[in-house]
Design a protein around this ligand. Sequence first.
Ligand SMILES: *[C@@H]1O[C@H](CO)[C@@H](O)[C@H](O)[C@H]1NC(C)=O
Ligand SMILES: *[C@@H]1O[C@H](CO)[C@@H](O)[C@H](O)[C@H]1NC(C)=O
Ligand SMILES: *[C@@H]1O[C@H](CO)[C@@H](O)[C@H](O)[C@H]1NC(C)=O
Ligand SMILES: *[C@@H]1O[C@H](CO)[C@@H](O)[C@H](O)[C@H]1NC(C)=O
Length: 203
Amino acid sequence: MSLITIIIIILSSSSSSSYIINLPKILREDASHNYTIASSQFLKTHIYYINPRIQQLTVFVPDNQAFADASAAGYKILSIEDKYFVLKCHMINNYLSPSLLRNYTKMWHLHATMGTSITGNEKYTLNMTTTVNGSVEISNTVVRAIVTGTIYDRYPVAVYGVNQLLLPRELPVILPPPTADVSTTAVCGFKIFALLFFIFLIV
Ligand SMILES: *[C@@H]1O[C@H](CO)[C@@H](O)[C@H](O)[C@H]1NC(C)=O
Ligand SMILES: *[C@@H]1O[C@H](CO)[C@@H](O)[C@H](O)[C@H]1NC(C)=O
Ligand SMILES: *[C@@H]1O[C@H](CO)[C@@H](O)[C@H](O)[C@H]1NC(C)=O
Ligand SMILES: *[C@@H]1O[C@H](CO)[C@@H](O)[C@H](O)[C@H]1NC(C)=O
């Protein structure tokens, strides 16, 4: 019994820490130095950790030039809650590897974003397509962005650079405050650990 408990504790503690992907760190350390603004924006809005064990994810990350563009001026004046939502509109709850992305966009598709799941309606989707010159284009109803490179790709997480910030035309009125996304699972993992340790003690 206690041996099983110890094994469960080890499994539980490893799942809560070792496989976590730190998105801002990946962006900050990208050799192109083109995603440093995005890195600080993901940090400020508390979007840090991706737990590949529980989440498939594709993220389209605007490069520094995109944040500097006049079209992104509206973003700069948003509240943290709105910025969080806008960044969530760049994220998809599925893993699209570079080859899947190519395949998927041979014909245009509308794909729900994590902004769609926050609002719980059909809005805030991304239209994903391939342009005549073969580039992958990601657009909302107002902005078109081209995928310019792969920043990170390891199942089940893919991170791509895009040349535009996909600012939606309008934002939902009421938004939940930013949450430290998957770090909550780390906390949860710790709780399981504590609970099992307690069971271990009383057994
Ligand atoms: C970084 O961004 C600049 C400006 O958009 C671009 O010219 C350059 O090719 C990018 N570098 C890399 C490695 O993607
Ligand atoms: C892409 O589509 C082609 C056929 O259209 C298929 O043979 C290939 O396996 C697909 N690749 C992926 C990664 O899904
Ligand atoms: C998605 O983009 C394609 C290519 O630009 C366009 O033909 C199509 O109408 C768009 N779909 C929607 C629903 O906006
Ligand atoms: C392909 O066309 C888009 C505009 O439709 C342009 O922004 C992009 O730079 C082009 N890509 C290449 C590789 O020429």
